[in-house]
Design a protein around this ligand. Structure first.
Ligand code: ADP
Ligand SMILES: O=c1ccn([C@@H]2O[C@H](COP(=O)(O)O)[C@@H](O)[C@H]2O)c(=O)[nH]1
Length: 210
């Protein structure tokens, strides 16, 4: 295998980053050539904190992440190695007890809020993508997802969004759009943009085969 390439996918919370990454992975499911790493899995461990303290954490600030470990893992993967990736538990706001074994791959997709905001991460990305979804749509998607999948109440989603998510998005996530090579409006249903990425990935995999 030639050295891996990294596709970075940034964008606001609930913009559609995970949905797009999933579609890229599924298209190459049989080849094992695409691996997805979520920046969310690198939220700092909070086992030492009480639940009350965890709820007060600002999860929308870059400091909430262990980006040092993420960068180290990406470098290991691009040089052909394997990593034991942490996993994150959104219901309990802390790292889970299990890790996932991840092998290197032709294409590594790294998706997360601050993938383009963080200079070290950004510089590791060969292709930089920003998922650009309007704030009202992101809020509606987040509300539904967090209540259905992340154990939240309607009130808690509204409070977190208005006190943290919106301001942090405007301060850190939105300005990072300027670093993108490709901007995908509205996320997961944009089949033209997704096809373009699939074609690019296909050419990388093919290049590594011949
Ligand atoms: N184009 C879309 N139309 C409708 N719902 C969507 C679309 N893209 C994503 N969603 C839904 O919105 C929620 C957030 O999407 P997700 O891909 O998890 O965003 P992110 O990873 O950016 O936080 C999920 O429940 C997902 O199913
Ligand atoms: O313990 C936590 C950790 C994170 N969050 C929120 O999650 C989003 C990031 O995930 P996306 O999949 O990109 O939406 C971030 O906006 C945090 O506010 C949380 O609520 N609790």
């Amino acid at each position: 295998m030639n050295s891996s390439i990294i596709i970075g996918i940034a964008g606001g919370s609930a913009s559609g980053k995970t949905s797009i990454s999933r579609q890229l992975k599924e298209a190459f499911e049989n080849t094992q050539s695409v691996v997805i790493i979520r920046q969310d899995d690198y939220y700092k461990d909070q086992h030492q904190k009480t639940m009350e303290e965890r709820i007060k954490t600002n999860y929308d600030h870059p400091f909430a992440f262990d980006n040092e470990l993420l960068v180290e893992h990406l470098k290991t993967l691009t040089s052909g190695g394997s990593v034991e990736k942490p996993t994150y538990d959104f219901v309990h706001h802390t790292r889970s007890d299990h890790v996932e074994h991840i092998d290197s791959s032709d294409v590594i997709v790294i998706e997360g809020l601050f993938v383009l905001e963080n200079e070290e991460l950004r510089d590791l990305c060969d292709i930089k993508v920003f998922v650009d979804t309007d704030a009202d749509i992101r809020f509606i998607r987040r509300l539904l997802r967090d209540v259905n999948d992340r154990g939240r109440t309607l009130d808690s989603v509204v409070t977190q969004y208005t006190t943290r998510v919106r301001d942090m998005h405007n301060q850190f996530v939105e300005p990072s759009k300027r670093y993108a090579d490709v901007i995908i409006p509205e996320g997961g249903q944009n089949s033209v943009a997704i096809d373009l990425l699939l074609t690019k990935i296909s050419s990388i995999i093919h290049r590594n085969v011949v």
